[in-house]
Design a protein around this ligand. Structure first.
Ligand code: PMP
Length: 290
């Protein structure tokens, strides 16, 4: 049985439970990270921890443990479960409080680290590309909920994900309320047009993806491309030569169809292939934790 790190201790999965009065459950009040370990090293751990503590700070949640303690907890959880390649879920809940909304009546935040095997998209999708839809439901605008907060309330994304499931695909592209391309329910998005790589700027209201940043700063430049962060409508995505998604679970994966529109020639294009190969090379060569 898996062992889960909860509030300072490793406990068997069957004992890793939270109170029905935890505001993480009652209100989705809390924040989380999805992180990957490859060969015992934790990809971009520093960036994930920085984002986690930024999320916590933006919701005025004072973590019960500092970054070094959480880093130790992650390594301890991997070791306790004998996992070298894993998906890690780090969660801060607001903690146990009263039934009212008041977050500061919850004296102690809950802290959870889960390390488990991950279910990747089938390799076939990396070779042939995936089909996605455009969700009818727009992304929550920035003034309503700052997307830098990776909050425990994912209903906006889940409702778009249900649209994808109903359409028989695995991901949905979300536009913002101005109709500009934003991101997917759990991935960021990139488009290639005439040899240029574009990705929606953070001003469109997207999660500041760690993999997105890895591609912008390291992967694409190593492949000979600069990524432009821009604001663009759906038409520009549909007429792109190539489209790919990035995310901790997805890594880098090509999109070959959006709704009924075939992207480019309907195969995973050369720029996407180069980025996938470069991503894999970096993981194989030691998996950067910074
Ligand atoms: N957008 C959303 C809404 C997400 O949930 C995720 C996954 N965390 C991403 C983008 C990709 O971000 P990352 O590369 O940090 O996993």
């Amino acid at each position: 049985m898996l062992r889960i790190w909860m509030d300072g201790q490793l406990v068997p999965q069957s004992e890793a439970t939270v109170s029905v009065y935890d505001h993480g459950l009652l209100y989705g009040d809390g924040c989380f990270e999805g992180i990957r370990a490859y060969g015992g090293r934790v990809l971009k751990l520093k960036s994930h921890l920085a984002r986690m503590y930024e999320s916590a700070s933006l919701i005025r949640l004072a973590p019960a443990y500092d970054m070094e303690e959480i880093e130790d907890a992650i390594r301890e959880t991997l070791a306790a479960n004998d996992l070298k390649d894993a998906y890690i879920r780090l969660v801060f809940t607001r903690g146990v409080g009263t039934l009212g909304l008041h977050p500061f009546k919850c004296p102690t935040p809950g802290t959870i680290v889960i390390a488990d095997k991950i279910q990747l998209y089938p390799e076939e999708l990396y070779e042939n590309g995936m089909h996605v839809i455009v969700a009818k439901r727009p992304r929550i605008p920035i003034p309503c909920l700052d997307p830098r907060i990776k909050s425990l309330n994912y209903l906006n994304n889940i409702l778009a994900k249900i649209e994808a499931i109903d359409a028989g695909v695995l991901e949905a592209i979300m536009l913002n309320t101005d109709g500009q391309v934003a991101e997917c329910t759990g991935d960021n998005i990139f488009a290639i047009k005439d040899g240029r790589i574009l990705t929606p700027s953070t001003s469109t209201g997207i999660l500041h993806g760690v993999t997105r940043r890895f591609v912008i700063k390291e992967i694409a430049p190593a492949c000979g491309y600069e990524v432009e962060e821009a604001v663009f409508p759906l038409d520009e995505l549909l007429s792109a030569d190539e489209v790919f998604l990035t995310g901790t679970a997805a890594e880098v994966i090509g999109v070959t169809r959006i709704d009924d529109t075939v992207i480019g020639d309907g195969t995973v294009g050369p720029v996407t292939k180069a980025c996938i190969a470069e991503f894999r090379r970096r993981i194989a060569e030691g998996c950067p934790e910074d």
